[in-house]
Design a protein around this ligand. Sequence first.
Ligand SMILES: Cc1cc2nc3c(=O)[nH]c(=O)nc-3n(C[C@H](O)[C@H](O)[C@H](O)COP(=O)(O)OP(=O)(O)OC[C@H]3O[C@@H](n4cnc5c(N)ncnc54)[C@H](O)[C@@H]3O)c2cc1C
Length: 289
Amino acid sequence: MVFPSGGPLGQRLNDFLCHHPVARELLADAQWIEGDVHWRKNLPYFSSTYAGDGFVLVGDAGAFLDPFYSPGMDWVSFTSTAAAELILMERRGERIDALIEDHNRRFVGSYARWFEGVYKDKYEYMGDYELMRLGFLLDLGLYYLGVASQPFKRGPKAFREPIFSTARSIPVFRLMRIYARRLAAMGRSRRQRGCFGRYNARHRFMFGGYTFAPASARHIVKALLGWGALELGEGWRTWFGTAGARTAELKGKCGDHKPNAPFPLTPALSVGERETHSPILEVQQRRGV
Ligand SMILES: Cc1cc2nc3c(=O)[nH]c(=O)nc-3n(C[C@H](O)[C@H](O)[C@H](O)COP(=O)(O)OP(=O)(O)OC[C@H]3O[C@@H](n4cnc5c(N)ncnc54)[C@H](O)[C@@H]3O)c2cc1C
């Protein structure tokens, strides 16, 4: 399904949404207001300077990355903690030039890494059940382990360390960047081969959730194993760039699984999670949609 081109934006959005039977029902009598529907191709923005002589940026004023995981309040915490420290030091008459330089370096690096590790090319595989499920489990698990748990374990001082600004967090950033790139590459390859979303129908991922308990990390390990299995099963098609993808395209293969076969990849992921059939899809089937 592609976003329609040509015509008023409101009409295109309506047509796009109405591909889905539930949206069709919800929007049956809806009217859009001309000029009130907007399109943004690139949502994220970030600054090159977060503090200077007499100013410091906090929250969305400094950067906004993506609404997908709703990280706005995390950034409000990191930026306002750092801003408060700078302001207090300045008001005590301390020299803060070096600190401002450090502040800018840390936040520029932090936002850039968080964007690259989590959001860059996310939409290449968002919409594919298998790929997004793995990406979601890894993103969320590493976030819980490395970000959300920290203020609970270490108190407010955790807010002094923006995401991926410390040396020990860089390997995690690299891991996230690698699997994000690989899932995006597999998403692109699946689109080329007409296999994107091949297991979407009748699958819905309901995850029990992470906790801060160390045992919760097992879901991350299982997801990493699932990713490894996926690499061996089909990732090899894109290991060597576009040439590999093209060869695979010529072969026209989606894989050895039948299109409606049960999700074959990660039996290990089933612990603590529920994959359920979607009632919406069942309703559609009963209606013969
Ligand atoms: C729909 C939506 C859902 C979201 N969901 C989540 C979520 O679940 N979790 C999460 O963490 N984050 C979420 N966010 C992001 C989060 O809301 C923002 O990151 C956060 O509100 C940023 O806070 P802020 O104070 O920097 O900016 P804002 O909340 O935008 O506050 C800026 C304020 O400044 C005012 N203002 C602007 N210009 C001027 C001016 N010239 N003079 C005076 N006042 C001015 C504005 O009116 C506004 O009140 C969501 C954002 C949106 C839009």
